[in-house]
Design a protein around this ligand. Structure first.
Ligand code: SAM
Length: 208
């Protein structure tokens, strides 16, 4: 599938899924990973945080509630996902949502201290461009934290084979070695990969 087709499929797919997303089995399953992501993000008080492909904003709103001095921006391609996220904000003042494609972020250089991207990187049609855009909007020494599936264990590889061939053709997952290369070649130092379970890992780097 070419890049443009994958992006327009993502818009259609996630605009359609948005109204079911928070009550789906995925949402229940994803909540468990948000706990791990919050722990891994560490102290974010006083920081500017960008969450790429935030979906309906569950993790982001929780981060904003727990860290009143942090500024959180949730970014996503799907207008419908963001509409639901916006409805859930209530009276929170330290969070906002923005719509667009990760390959062309509408933020100035060096805008964010930390960037997080959860359960979404495999959907991006141009992985290098996405990583370089995230690098551009990070401050010097700012950090990137990605949570996604990794081609590592037998179970992980089987899961990815099923997803890539039968469930969502066109999505892309990488091995640990491929992740290392991608991050290092996109302007990140201190690149680290931390296995979370048989399927998932954290992929981390600091802006050079
Ligand atoms: C599986 S959902 C994950 C959402 C959220 N991070 C979570 O943990 O529930 C994937 C999200 O990626 C978004 N997405 C896909 N391609 C994108 C792109 N090129 N730029 C920005 N967001 C994108 C989709 O709209 C969708 O909301």
């Amino acid at each position: 599938m070419n890049k443009q087709n994958l992006t327009s499929r993502n818009v259609k797919e996630f605009n359609f899924l948005a109204k079911y997303y928070d009550s789906s089995i995925f949402s229940w399953f994803f909540k468990n990973s948000y706990k791990k992501v919050k722990k891994q993000l560490g102290d974010i008080q006083g920081k500017n945080i960008l969450s790429i492909a935030c979906g309906t904003g569950t993790l982001e709103i929780n981060l904003a509630r727990l860290n009143s001095n942090a500024k959180i921006v949730g970014f996503d391609l799907s207008q419908e996902m963001l509409r639901i996220a916006q409805e859930k904000i209530g009276d929170l003042k330290n969070i906002q949502f923005s719509e667009g494609n990760v390959e062309n972020l509408p933020f100035p250089d060096q805008s964010f201290d930390k960037i997080v991207c959860v359960h979404a990187f495999h959907h991006f049609s141009d992985s290098e461009k996405a990583l370089k855009e995230m690098q551009r909007v990070l401050v010097a020494n700012g950090t990137l934290l990605i949570f996604d599936a990794v081609k590592e264990t037998f179970l992980g590889k089987l899961f990815i084979f099923i997803v890539e061939n039968f469930i969502e053709p066109g999505v892309k997952h990488f091995s640990k070695e491929e992740w290392m290369k991608l991050l290092q070649e996109s302007g990140y130092k201190n690149v680290e990969i931390q296995k979370v379970n048989s399927f998932h890992a954290f992929f981390m780097g600091t802006k050079i």
